[in-house]
Design a binder for this molecule. Structure first.
Ligand code: CO8
Length: 257
């Protein structure tokens, strides 16, 4: 594994996965996501593991999908690459999965945190869906999960302006379970995972499935809709301009085409 580190017994019965592309603020490239999927599947099969914590580092959980990797893609490239099948497999992890978030959780990073079952945040955590600023829109569940988590008005504001939520705001809007000082967020997530790890594994698995079922009844349709629209943004010139401007560290100039 190049971009993640897996520790299957970080604490008794608790595994830890760490995203490790620190120079790029843990931007989620295809390989990282595939490694994450493989790591989670391996831990799901490991009977000694009863709960999993997913984290980044103090500066970033993940600053989104890798913009450099996507910048030149066409809508058809995006469709054929079908990277969302990896996300779908991650979503199907059976064991309780807790995100320990510090620093940036943006775009795909925010979507990845929301794909987890619970989120423990450090006081420095920042959540957002800033895709609109680079000429696209959330594609990995953001329009669906964020709206269900924090409500339409605030989700619409974040998705259409690209503004970030502070950790305190994220707690207020019930996006996260708890906010703690930066020195404590990982420890706190591991503590929660350790408590869950003492419960009956089969009951935990079935209970998780049942909670998700209530949450996701109409999610498939929503995700399908979101995905088509996300691919479609790659048919626009503004997507190329937005992503190129990011790479060249300049302000984008959008033409509405
Ligand atoms: N992709 C690629 N590289 C990135 C990303 C990213 N998302 N975020 C940061 N980096 C890189 C920067 O390019 C920079 O690299 P370098 O040093 O080589 O220039 C390095 O990380 C450090 O970043 P900054 O210098 O920009 O650090 P700052 O502290 O000034 O700013 C920010 C931090 C605010 C997080 C800023 O980096 C930023 O705005 N990043 C982009 C955030 C964003 O737009 N995220 C959404 C991406 S699109 C997306 O996630 C769509 C998901 C949909 C589906 C997922 C599957 C495809």
């Amino acid at each position: 594994m190049e971009f993640i580190q897996v520790q299957s017994q970080y604490a008794p019965a608790v595994a830890l996965i760490r995203l490790q592309r620190p120079k790029e603020l843990n931007a989620l490239n295809l390989q990282l996501m595939q490694e994450l999927r493989d790591g989670l599947q391996q831990l799901d099969r490991d009977e000694a593991v009863r709960a999993i914590v997913l984290t980044g580092n103090d500066q970033a959980f993940a600053a989104g999908a890798d913009i450099r990797q996507m910048a030149d893609k066409t809508a058809v490239d995006m469709l054929i690459t079908d990277q969302f099948s990896t996300w779908d497999q991650i979503r199907k992890t059976h064991k309780p999965l807790i995100a320990a978030v510090s620093g940036f959780a943006l775009g795909g990073g925010c979507e990845l945190a929301m794909t987890c079952d619970m989120i423990i945040a450090s006081e420095t955590a920042r959540f957002g869906q800033p895709e609109i600023k680079i000429g696209v829109m959330p594609g990995a569940g953001g329009t669906q999960r964020l709206t269900k988590a924090i409500g339409k008005a605030k989700a619409m504001e974040l998705v259409l302006t690209g503004r970030f939520l502070s950790a305190e705001e994220a707690l207020f809007y019930r996006l996260v379970n708890k906010v703690v000082p930066v020195e404590m967020y990982l420890q706190e997530a591991v503590k929660l995972a350790s408590e869950i790890a003492t419960m009956a594994p089969v009951a935990a698995r079935l209970a998780k499935e049942a909670v998700n079922r209530s949450f996701e009844t109409h999610l498939d349709e929503g995700l399908h809709f979101e995905r088509k629209n996300f691919y479609l943004t790659f048919a626009s010139e503004d997507q190329k301009e937005g992503m190129q401007a990011f790479i060249e560290k300049r302000a984008p100039s959008y033409r509405g085409k």
